[in-house]
Design a protein around this ligand. Structure first.
Ligand code: NAD
Ligand code: UDP
Length: 343
């Protein structure tokens, strides 16, 4: 199948009709670092379908070849196994810089490597952008706001981050990556863009990566306990990955260079998310409360007025539509696992 386990009907009806192929003269060579990951692989799909030439760099730490398998062998597609902590020189017009583990268990597995990826890796990619005169887009995160004291979060908020806590390798890593990006803009005249991504979910999230949407869906599908960390009253605002991809491409095309929040402003508690997913799936799982994790932000919701104003962007998909698509994806994984166990 062309899009590994994705829902063909959804792609053909909801997504593909909106994708415009570029004219030959507008075709670009585009590097996507972290392109074998969850968000990266959807971005690669979109850029390929638009008719661009796409080069993926990934070290497969949290990403997987399976996510982009359907493009291997296509004349416009190149996959390079490479770690961005080591410099590389390739001729490209644009760089979407996503490489960095994004789930807390993954980025806390080797905190030194996470910081190196964010600082040395980002510096290498900015240096590449300078050398080949490419436009550079950094995927930063709502985590740079830490456990926010301002709610909802606007781009002007400076954040509340514990610099030595378990999340610091990621939060401070991304903050430094933003600083580096604007240092290259000022000092080296690199053409930069920065987006701050809020919690995103969708098909191709790694089922074992420990993020809440994948955990809850996998648990509910298998009637296992659904694990709530803390009292479950902490809030998040989740966007469907296809909305994010729209926002990334719009930002790259836009002339605005300061950070832009990309997220869905509909906020709800983790407990509500668990109940909702349990209901959609018709699961018999119990909700169990486990100890809270350290430095877990208590609330998070993007203010997206800047994205609306500058990019004319806002999420198009409802949470329900996104969650149902994601459940369908994970259901296929669970069924394939059961099949493999039976054999
Ligand atoms: P992911 O873990 O699925 O993807 C990250 C990709 O980067 C993986 O394919 C991984 O193998 C690769 N990678 C990691 N370190 C690397 C290195 N040193 N060299 C080369 N490749 C490396 O995560 P994702 O959810 O797709 O996130 C993509 C980007 O978006 C990340 O930068 C993340 O910080 C950012 N982001 C994501 C979310 C979210 O909710 N998904 C929220 C905020 C920000
Ligand atoms: N969470 C939870 N159970 C899980 C996984 C996560 O209650 O099995 C909580 C987590 O403590 C946090 C929220 O869900 O409050 C979102 O967690 P995730 O790891 O998905 O993203 P992040 O913490 O980076 O926002």
């Amino acid at each position: 199948t062309p899009h590994h386990k994705l829902n063909k009907e959804f792609l053909e009806k909801e997504l593909y009709p909106h994708i415009k192929r570029v004219k030959k003269c507008d075709k670009k060579r585009i590097l996507v670092t972290g392109g074998a990951g969850f968000v990266g692989s959807h971005l690669v799909d979109r850029l390929m379908l638009m008719g661009h030439e796409v080069i993926v760099i990934d070290n497969f730490f949290t990403g997987s070849k399976t996510n982009i398998l359907h493009w291997i062998g296509h004349p416009n597609f190149t996959l390079m196994e490479h770690d961005i902590v080591t410099p590389i020189l390739i001729q490209v017009d644009e760089i979407y810089h996503l490489a960095c583990p994004a789930s807390p268990p993954a980025y806390q597995f080797n905190p030194i490597k996470t910081i190196e990826t964010n600082v040395i890796g980002t510096s290498n990619m900015l240096s590449l952008a300078k050398q080949v005169k490419a436009r550079f887009l950094l995927t930063s995160t709502s985590e740079i706001y830490g456990d926010p004291l301002e709610h909802p979060q606007k781009e002007t908020y400076w954040g509340n981050v514990n610099p030595i806590g378990p999340r610091a390798c990621y939060d401070e890593g991304k903050r430094a990556a933003e600083t580096l990006t604007y240092a290259y803009q000022t000092q080296e005249k690199v053409d930069v863009r920065v987006v701050r991504i809020f919690n995103t979910f969708g098909p191709r999230m790694d089922e074992n990566d420990g993020r809440v949407v994948s955990n809850f869906i996998m648990q509910a599908l298998q009637n296992q306990d659904m694990t709530i960390y803390g009292d479950g009253n902490q809030t998040r605002s989740f966007q469907f990955v296809h909305d994010l991809v729209d926002g990334l491409i719009s930002t790259m095309r836009n002339e605005f260079t300061l950070p832009i929040n990309l997220g869905n402003p509909v906020e709800f508690t983790i407990l509500e998310l668990a109940e909702e997913l349990k209901g959609f799936i018709g699961s018999e799982s119990k909700l169990v409360k486990l100890p809270a994790v350290q430095d877990d932000p208590k609330q998070r919701r993007p203010d997206i007025s800047l994205a609306k104003e500058k990019l004319d962007w806002e999420p198009k998909f409802s949470r329900q539509q996104g969650l149902l698509e994601t459940i369908q994806y994970f259901r296929q994984i669970v069924e394939a696992d059961c099949e493999a166990t039976r054999r």
